[in-house]
Ligand binder design. Sequence first.
Ligand code: IMP
Ligand code: MG
Length: 333
Amino acid sequence: MPSTVVVGGFFGDEGKGKIISYLALKDNPSIIVRGGAGPNAGHTVKDGDKIYKIRMLPSGFLNKNSKVMIGPGVVVNPKVLLKEIKDFDVSNRAYVDKHCGVIEEKHLNEDSKGTLKEKIGSTGSGTGPANADRSLRTLQMAKDNESLSSYLEDVPKAINSALDSNENVLVEGTQGTHLSLWHGTYPFVTSKDVTASGICADIGLGPKRVDEVLVVFKSYVTRVGTGPMDNELTPEETAGKGWAEVGTVTGRQRRAAEFNFDLARRSVMLNSATQIAITKLDVLFPDCAQKTMYDELSDDAKSFISNIEANLNVPVTLIGTGPSIKDVIDRRK
Ligand code: IMP
Ligand code: MG
């Protein structure tokens, strides 16, 4: 499968980082490319006892054979990006499209006050205000920012050439479908479309070049920030179920609810899902922790998965059973 697009099916934080790093190591893509909004995203990757928190680079960076790229639709905070390039030692294989927008100090300031902070509960990362300036055609571009000069690349050309040569390309989305500016719970959304189509536009991949669309759902729903959430549990109920989580970028407590089939069905439709990944199955069913074979799952866990397949009519191909990238059941042929 030369091109695989991975997106979130709920409100972000579905565990895409872990699924993407698994696929990066397993499928050995020549390029892992990030679309999505900007450094408002936070992915956590656990490899052995190392935990990486990542906001700008693709979370598949653990595969040292893969080039890691950021598509032109993404706004970049050079400080955050350069620190990740250094910390994760990827300076010889990290690339930023020359048309990426650049987040400046003023965007961070605008994002940490007023409507964006108080009403929308934005991450304060400057992503929304930078995207607003991009629409106004006043945003600085990566090619005009000296600190990024050694990482510039024509990302759409690089990925399309890789596909011409029949190499694997792994496309990483951020946030989740119901945070999309077009399709989410407006105005409580992020500043971009983050469905598969939007992510592909961000990186310059045309719709006919997409082979697989993998939509990632967590075994329960979480949401950080404001906005509607059906059947929301109280913080006490959330903690009681073992579902209490804090945001990677903001450190805020995430709100939680049970798996929501209406939201999931709509995500499958909006993204034209060909495969589904379910993460954190071990949180719902502790006896599934670290299992790597479907047959080893308990009957309750198996019916949870088959119920999802029956309701959504898409195969569940990957199942997360623990925080480490090794804790995955891979049911792909
Ligand atoms: P912004 O994208 O920082 O403007 O935030 C807008 C809304 O999207 C807020 O409710 C954020 O909490 C939420 N949001 C943005 N990025 C993420 C993410 O990566 N995971 C989860 N929620 C996010
Ligand atoms: Mg996150």
